[in-house]
Design a protein around this ligand. Structure first.
Ligand code: TMP
Length: 233
């Protein structure tokens, strides 16, 4: 790696580069679920998530969504703009699943009449609690204008990814995005991968994402590989 380790997260490591405004993201095979309570390894996950995220960031860039992505450097490493992360996780849902099904009581698989945007406070110690725009204002996490931008941009990402994936026989059930500031500009950050999205086969609803790990369904590596293969076409 280029420079010193700046930060190590559950699935990635961030290294400094010679350039103060750029960092390298190293994708690990480590997998966690339930806020780190469940731990494991998914063979080749780092390689696949780096490749999948790179393809998605390129697709989004081509469709007018700005992100931290600069280029893929090698199998496990991506060069990105350094961001000051906004402590809000934005989740967009098209189909009920996971915590939405638990909270609202909607059966997993129910098609939502319109996309649902949710905000979570990015704080591991608190287990990333669900928050609303009033919490965001009171906590000073973002201005109302910034929060409106996050929601609008995330819905735009949803439309772009949903259409692209459907052409590859994949339903985009839901996903989580993170944003940060580079200078004064808000850019999409983090990763977009089977770790951070729910992908279902459009015909069989077979799960092709991290729920296979979370729920011990088996075939985890194969699911990540399948998403990569379908995107690669
Ligand atoms: P949820 O249904 O568990 O709230 O998850 C919604 C989406 O967010 C799903 O696509 C998985 C993603 N997600 C993450 O990327 N990181 C997380 O820590 C959690 C809980 C969910």
């Amino acid at each position: 790696m280029a420079g010193k380790l700046l930060y190590e997260g559950k699935a990635k490591k961030i290294f400094e580069t010679e350039h103060p405004y750029e960092v390298e993201v190293y994708f690990k095979d480590d997998a966690t679920a339930f806020n780190g309570a469940k731990k494991g390894q998914i063979d080749s996950k780092g390689v696949l998530n780096n490749a999948i995220s790179s393809m998605f960031f390129e697709l989004l860039e081509a469709n007018g969504v700005k992100s931290h992505f600069i280029k893929k450097i090698d199998e496990r490493v991506m060069l990105v703009k350094k961001l000051k992360i906004i402590q809000i996780e934005v989740v967009v849902r098209n189909i009920a699943a996971g915590s939405l099904s638990q909270r609202i009581g909607w059966t997993e698989g129910k098609l939502l009449p319109c996309p649902v945007v949710e905000f979570y406070y990015k704080d591991d110690d608190l287990g990333d609690p669900l928050i609303n725009d009033y919490h965001v204002a009171a906590m000073g996490l973002a201005t109302p204008e910034e929060l409106a931008f996050l929601a609008k941009e995330s819905l735009k990402v949803n439309e772009i990814l949903k259409a692209h994936l459907l052409g590859r026989k994949v339903k985009l059930v839901d996903f989580k995005l993170e944003y940060g500031k580079s200078d004064q500009e808000i850019l999409l950050g983090d990763e977009i991968s089977p770790d951070t999205c729910r992908f279902w086969d459009s015909e069989t609803n077979l799960k092709l994402d991290k729920d296979r790990f979370r729920r011990d369904l088996g075939g985890v590596e194969e699911a990540y590989q399948e998403i990569y293969d379908r995107l690669k076409g």
